[in-house]
Write a protein that binds this ligand. Sequence first.
Ligand code: FAD
Ligand code: NAP
Ligand code: SF4
Length: 691
Amino acid sequence: MEEFLSKPHAMMEHPQFPHLFSPLDLGFTQLKNRILMGSMHTGLEESKDGFKRLSAYFAARARGGVGLIVTGGIAPNRRGWLAPFGAKLSTNAEMRRHRRVTDSVHAEDGKICLQILHAGRYSMHPFSVAPSSIRAHISPFKPFEMSPRLIRSTISDFAQTAYLAREAGYDGIEIMGSEGYLINQFIAPRTNKRNDDWGGSFENRIRFPLEILRAVRAKVGADFIVIFRVSMLDLVDQGSSWEEVEALALALQDAGASIINTGIGWHEARIPTIATVVPQGAYAWVTKRLMGTLKIPLITTNRINTPELAEQLLREGYADMVSMARPLLADPEFANKAYRGESALINTCIACNQACLDHIFGGKEASCLVNPRACQETKFPAPELKAPHAAGKKVAVVGAGPAGLSCATELAQMGVEVHLFEQSASIGGQFNLAKRIPGKSDFAETLRYFEHLILKTGVHLHLNHKANAEELLAGQFDAFVLATGILPRTPAIPGIEHSKVCSYLDVILGRKVPGEKVAIIGAGGIGFDTAAFLLHPSETENPLEQYQKEWGIDTAYHERGGLMPAQIEKPKRQIWILQRSKGKIGERLGKTTGWAHRLALKNRGVQMISEVQYDRIDDAGLHVTIKGEQQILPVDHVVICAGQEPLRELVRPLQDAGIQVYLIGGAQEAAELDAKRAIAQGLKVALEIGA
Ligand code: FAD
Ligand code: NAP
Ligand code: SF4
């Protein structure tokens, strides 16, 4: 490895990832490896100080060794805005602001392309446009049909934005032709009902993307990267057929594309395509269908989050390059760590969407659950690893759940002597339960990351060690961080002691196997996860095949859009999921994933009931009153998922001793706790103590 590290990338094959770290020659330029940071809107594009923060954000990824970066989508004109006053590049003044971004990326020896995105009927404003005036069910606005004149001027706007991107110092552009945005709306018969030169036949429907590409190429010249993102699998009715995808890709190649990137699924598709429930690499087969057809490189994408998987896909001929977007939010040093043989230290994206897409769709700036520094690089610069104990401070962190792990490793990197106490035999806290939920096995990657970071940073880890006040006070610590988490709440329901009743802990840890009829009290994230756990089909099934069957994804591509009827096997249990409050069950689940959790349970016949009063539990089952009507749910078991209370028994004795005590994660506040808050609090408290 050392010999390899002393040579420039291109000169010698990487021993572990020879395909990932082989350069990609585009003729006029060379990319140093096959890792593309895919486009992600972060919200910084529109924020105050946004370009300063964007340049720090992209510079960190360039420094981290990624081969090529693509920015978030930038509109070519106002009508193409994603939302009012969204990011746009059509004037010299706008162009000058981008120079800060390109300069900082180039200073780190990186390359960056600007993505041009016209949202079409997905624009969240009342003057949106589309090939035909058909509203998307996910948008409140009906678009105006574009006149031939507007189509022509929009093509010129794309070309002008590409030209300005070049002037701003970008190495290239990506034309966003997928995910159901304007260009995709022209290509698919679903949204293009025109009967002029821009609609009807396939040749007419692809005229818009081809003319855009030709106009762009004419403006930017031959020595500028032009990526075209093709929707290779629309996952909606009346999408493109495979023959059309192939013909379009060939035509784009002829029209001057340098690289073809893969787009999967329209935003309005009712199939999760990047969430945790999607198996890793679940869509690489789509890109592979096109391999061998084109002379230009092909990029594959979606749920690729480790260098090992990326290498495997390249080695097995699925693509020429791999796009990873969220994994680069989670760890800007992804490529360097893989290159140095330290992939065990990569902070892996767990596909939760909680701090990235959920934030964006909730009108907030993106960040990352496992990496709260993401998009906050100017506020929380990357830590420099100091020598152990260099800070001359000694801190006890009690509890090795996400909050304690984050705090302890941050402190140790600052040179603080950290003792991390965990009462159980392993680190991770509730993540050890989460990783057992079907579709959440990636949560184990976070624990693997922290295990290695503990070793690297020199945290003194004391497992099987329930910390008590006496020993903590005797330890001469400068501060205590209590990250002791929560205790599950036991609601005061008559009969709660009945043998039918168990907690989610019993179920998920396998201490109790419920019967065929189960009521779940509490419809929060854990209630839903427990239901998914109880309904999970046999372990032996191939998860990718099962996912494709469940969501109706046809790998043989018989129909336009690649859909087929879903095949869901008979559920092995009858489940009721209940809550006392009004409103839709699961309303507070993640914005971009909650619908899929609800749909998955609904498809398995789960009864979801709100406004329930729990009367008692006895041999007959769970007695409830629903909207004034008494009923008995004849269940074998009642699983309690009724939220949690903070566990903070150590606070008082430590505070009484006059030493600074910090509470983080569940120990601080159990209501609305999630791992995003726990990990971010760990970082903030560490910075406060280490300052
Ligand atoms: P915990 O994870 O509870 O860790 C506390 C630790 O302290 C434990 O390891 C405990 O053993 C230890 N401890 C307590 N007292 C002592 C003592 N005296 N001495 C030593 N050690 C002690 N969150 C999300 O954001 N997204 C999800 O998708 C998600 N899914 C979940 C699924 C399930 C099934 C569960 C149960 C939780 C899920 N969560 C999820 C919630 C998330 O795991 C918690 O919010 C997070 O773990 C809270 O972190 P924490 O560090 O505050 O507490
Ligand atoms: P939660 O989201 O607060 O839900 C608790 C549920 O219990 C609610 O449905 C609540 O509804 C009910 N409840 C509360 N008090 C009750 C009582 N006294 N008697 C009966 N029912 C009661 O908590 P959780 O499901 O335990 O999850 C804990 C945290 O983990 C959550 O905050 C969540 O963010 C996180 N998590 C997230 C995910 C994810 O996928 N993003 C998954 C799992 C967990 P009513 O009050 O209406 O009855
Ligand atoms: Fe990945 Fe979750 Fe971070 Fe988004 S918030 S980048 S999905 S780990």
